[in-house]
Design a protein. Structure first.
Length: 517
């Protein structure tokens, strides 16, 4: 459905909106986004929701279809109290990486804000979802909604058949291990969520076969050292060890879990995997969406389709979103991903159109190319936050943001400014800033390394500590407790120095209540 827009008249005036105004604004935004900026997006589905529905979407990770769990109600209650008391505002929109791409916009928004969020979500985020290599590699936009519908129905059936408390115990443990339920390296087979329901019976048969092979063919007597070593290598190969994806390992190998419990673990880890690219692209994704909405809204104002009043309202919201407190501001809590991402996108446009001699030295391939949208579309498709900052953060932007590196040595009473604004300092700054966006640096490297199959069946894990930083004791034991409950036997985690291989700490946790029973 298209509406004829008079090029000499604004799309709307005033704050009130209706569906006819939304259609006209969407059509104008689409023309700028697709024809002038060359964006490539999934089909859009725009849904207007209330503030309460937005809070509900917050609680269930933004998905329109999701299984039930008590934690979602807890999150809803927390968010609602903060919102009603005025301590927290709500997002103007939520967008879902699906095909069609679903964008929620709040009915409380003004018409200007509705136009802004359609440009931001339905075209900025949508283009990034469809084209970035991480989302293409790890997500299945065509299948996610059907899969969530299957997951919701499957868990509801389990609750009816096995009881709410048994299902809840599995979900509680799986959610505790959710951040350890992703593959960080590409696998041979890409994610195809549309086939998950069809493969359910095959997975149950595989689980039973693995159980037979692993747990019913144990050695009858102690083996010689050579035989024990060979048996260990065979066991590790059969189990696929070492394994970083703990939920995957449990799903395939936990000796006391039933098939339906393994399927729930798979559902939780598939959801975790689906959101994994978003953890690696916060700066780029928000930077792309903010740049797109700014260019589209600017173009609409230039062509008379936005009134000056709407433009001022837009600028007020836009500048609030990209506000970056200084390092000595009490509000400073790191870099605002909207601010850093948008600034880097604008900087690439500047380098493409009006490069300095410094830019030509640092960015010879794009400086003066006179095609900023091609440069930006290439960046949006081929980088994640860590690599984008490492390769595209310019000295000019480092100076603009006043970025410098401080070295904090625990053995010395004072801080040391380690990197300043010279060539060596610029490279050092962006290298260390990029590391702060590398999930491999931020996420603890914990892997399943072995199982004592001939003895007490304890599960052994290792954490490779960086810079001698150990895991937090109480959190570690709480998560290990959930792991032990799923495994059904004792779990041992050793913290090992990544550089020297020395043992730093050991945690031993037994099952509190065996979930598989």
């Amino acid at each position: 459905m298209n509406h004829v827009v008079n090029p000499g008249l604004p799309l709307f005036e005033g704050a009130e909106w209706d569906y006819d105004k939304l259609w006209k604004a969407y059509d104008a935004i689409e023309r700028v986004g697709l024809k002038e900026m060359g964006l490539d997006v999934y089909t859009n589905q725009i849904e207007v929701i209330t503030s309460e529905q937005m809070l509900d979407a917050y609680a269930s990770t933004g998905m329109p279809i999701f299984y039930k769990h008590w934690s979602f109600g807890k999150h809803f209650a927390q968010e609602e109290v903060m919102y009603r008391k005025g301590f927290r505002s709500l997002a103007y929109e939520i967008v879902i990486n699906s095909n069609p791409c679903i964008s929620y916009i709040m009915e409380e928004n003004t018409m200007t804000m509705q136009a802004l969020v359609m440009a931001h979500a339905a075209f900025g985020h949508n283009h990034f979802f469809k084209n970035n290599y991480l989302f293409r590699q790890w997500t299945d936009a065509d299948g996610i909604l059907d899969y969530l519908d299957f997951a919701k129905g499957y868990i509801a059936q389990c609750e009816e058949r096995y009881g709410l408390s048994r299902v809840e115990r599995v979900l509680d443990a799986a959610h505790a291990l959710m951040s350890h339920g992703v593959f960080t390296a590409p696998r041979r087979r890409s994610l195809d969520l549309r086939m998950e329901q069809k493969r359910e019976r095959e997975r149950q048969a595989h689980h039973e076969a693995m159980y037979n092979d692993l747990w019913r063919t144990l050695p009858a007597k102690p083996a010689s050292p050579a035989a024990a070593s060979a048996d260990r290598e065979r066991r590790r190969a059969l189990l696929g060890l070492p394994q970083e994806n703990i939920l995957y390992f449990l799903e395939k190998s936990a000796p006391r879990l039933e098939g339906w419990q393994c399927e729930i673990l798979r559902i939780v880890r598939n959801v975790a995997q689906y959101f994994y690219p978003q953890r690696q692209t916060k700066v780029m994704n928000e930077g792309c969406a903010t740049y797109v909405h700014y260019k589209i809204m600017s173009r609409l104002h230039e062509t008379g389709k936005l009134t000056d009043g709407s433009w001022m309202e837009f600028l007020h919201s836009h500048t609030s979103v990209i506000m970056q407190p200084e390092f000595d501001d009490p509000r400073f809590g790191g870099f605002n991903p909207y601010a850093l991402g948008f600034a880097m996108m604008q900087d690439l446009e500047r380098i493409s159109m009006e490069p300095t001699e410094e830019d030509r030295i640092w960015f010879p391939d794009i400086a003066g190319s006179r095609d900023p949208m091609n440069v930006l579309r290439d960046a949006w498709a081929n980088y994640r936050d860590e690599s984008f900052i490492l390769q595209c953060l310019s000295p000019a932007l480092i100076r603009k943001f006043k970025i410098f590196r401080v070295h904090d040595d625990a053995s010395r009473p004072e801080l040391q400014v380690a990197s300043i604004h010279d060539e060596r300092g610029y490279r050092d700054v962006r290298r260390h800033l990029a590391r702060q966006y590398d999930v491999a640096e931020l996420h603890p490297d914990i892997q399943v390394v072995d199982v004592d199959m001939s003895g007490d069946r304890k599960l052994m894990l290792e954490y490779r500590a960086r810079d001698g930083i150990l895991l937090e004791e109480s959190d570690t034991r709480a998560v290990l407790q959930h792991l032990a409950d799923l495994w059904g036997y004792e779990v041992v985690l050793e913290e090992i120095d990544k550089e020297t291989g020395g043992r730093l700490k050991k945690h031993v946790v037994g099952p509190r209540s065996i979930i598989g029973v």
